[in-house]
Design a protein around this ligand. Structure first.
Ligand code: NAD
Length: 392
């Protein structure tokens, strides 16, 4: 099969196995080029391990700290006629590289919100890992089935309180235009908290603890984006921001209810980057294209792997890491500092249909978007006939 990108709106509906392997290899090469993480984790569970920040967390734990990693993800297998999702190919490539490096690993493909997948993970840990010393919670999902009630909740991306009109960039039509987003209802807010808030993170830690598979001094982290003025109305102060605030509640509850283990639970605030999750958020493609421009000029641009390697070395496994007033770790300072934000706000004021490609780094945004699905790598032959059936 000759595999070319099939882009529909903010998503690419296919993926390239060789390009996904290249994406994973580049992340591994980055971690290998850095010093090993001193006193890093040895037995790691990554929930949401196959793309974005979760994949980078798995790569960092495995190749930076020689950890045995158990990954949980929700990806589609390939068929004769259809490629797998990118996360499937990323996981296959991770397995191949980890195997070559003599590292222990296992992945479970299924709904992480369910009790069955939690139990399957616990069974694997008991039989093969002993106790876990780091749990990374990196799920991004539009839906969650509550395992107790069976009800399916959907998250929405809406402002809170009043309508919000702002600029956005439509990647399909190559158009900068205004959009007006209607405010969320109380149900919208509650549903988004149910999907992307802390409840499932708490359920995971509770289940792992009850099964006796968490090590003393175990750490756990969930990821958040806080952002600044330009993104607050649609992110920080919007439905998704409410869900992220619920992570703060969960983190302090996890610490107090697991003091027998001396568990540390952190919400880690990361920078805005192109991932499958962020490209679906209105405003984000425009904001990210502009912030990429500013940060590349400042020499501070980072991808998922650079962010996560720093999170491990400067945060989770540092002595006395710097925490904010809510006890969070921050790797987003190069993005959110006042000087950088002033530059992006100035660009935001000016940007319009005519000057968008001049003022922004849309090329960089688009390149990153393609690479999420294994496309756009200069050393991959996209005219080659490829077998999409790659197994784990
Ligand atoms: P992503 O879409 O790249 O990754 C999501 C992961 O979750 C994938 O591994 C997917 O397989 C898995 N997943 C989704 N639903 C699942 C389910 N039901 N069961 C099992 N696995 C499931 O997303 P991302 O951008 O890396 O986001 C990860 C976390 O980082 C999220 O909490 C997000 O809010 C946060 N974050 C993202 C950004 C950003 O700019 N992308 C910035 C800061 C924080």
């Amino acid at each position: 099969m000759i595999i070319k990108p099939k882009i529909r709106g903010f998503i690419c509906t296919n993926a390239h196995p060789v390009g996904c392997a290249e994406n994973v290899k580049r992340q591994i090469d980055f971690v290998r080029s850095k010093p090993a993480i001193s006193d890093g984790p040895k037995n790691v569970l990554v929930i949401g391990c196959s793309t974005g920040y979760g994949l980078a967390s798995r790569v960092t734990a495995a190749f930076g700290s020689e950890a045995h990693t158990l990954g949980v993800c929700f990806e589609k297998e390939p068929t004769e006629k259809k490629t797998a999702t990118a996360g499937w190919y990323n996981t296959a490539a991770f397995h191949q590289q980890a195997d070559k490096a003599g590292l222990a690993f296992h992945s479970i493909n299924g709904d992480a919100f369910s009790d069955e997948i939690k139990q399957e993970s616990i069974d694997y840990i008991k039989q093969n890992m002993g106790k876990i010393d780091l749990v990374v919670y990196s799920l991004a999902s539009p839906k969650r089935k509550d395992p107790e009630s069976g009800e399916v909740y959907s998250s929405v991306l809406k402002p809170i309180g009043k309508q919000y009109t702002t600029k956005t960039y439509n990647t399909d039509k190559d158009q900068v235009h205004e959009i007006t987003l209607d405010p969320a209802t109380d149900d919208d807010i509650a549903n988004t908290v149910k999907v992307m808030g802390g409840e499932d993170w708490e359920r995971w830690i509770k289940a792992l603890h009850e099964a006796g598979v968490l090590a003393n001094n175990c750490q756990t982290t969930a990821y958040t984006y806080i952002g600044k003025k330009l993104t607050l109305p649609i992110y920080g102060h919007a439905t998704i921001g409410r869900a992220k605030e619920d992570l703060d509640r969960a983190a302090s509850g996890l610490v107090s209810s697991h003091d027998d283990l001396n568990l540390k639970a952190y919400v880690s605030s990361l920078k805005a980057l192109v991932t499958q999750a962020s490209s679906a958020i209105p405003v984000m493609p425009l904001y990210i294209s502009l912030i990429y421009k500013v940060m590349k000029e400042e020499g501070t641009h980072e991808g998922c792997i650079e962010q996560i390697y720093r999170l491990f070395t400067e945060g989770l496994y540092a002595n006395n890491p710097e925490l904010d007033e809510a006890g969070r770790l921050h790797m987003d300072g190069y993005e959110t500092n006042d000087k950088t934000q002033a530059k992006v706000e100035a660009l935001w004021e000016q940007v319009n249909q005519d000057n968008f490609h001049q003022l922004s780094d849309y090329e960089g945004y688009h390149q990153d978007f393609l690479q999420l699905f294994g496309f756009g790598f200069d050393n991959v032959d996209y005219d080659a006939d490829i077998d999409p059936k790659v197994n784990w």
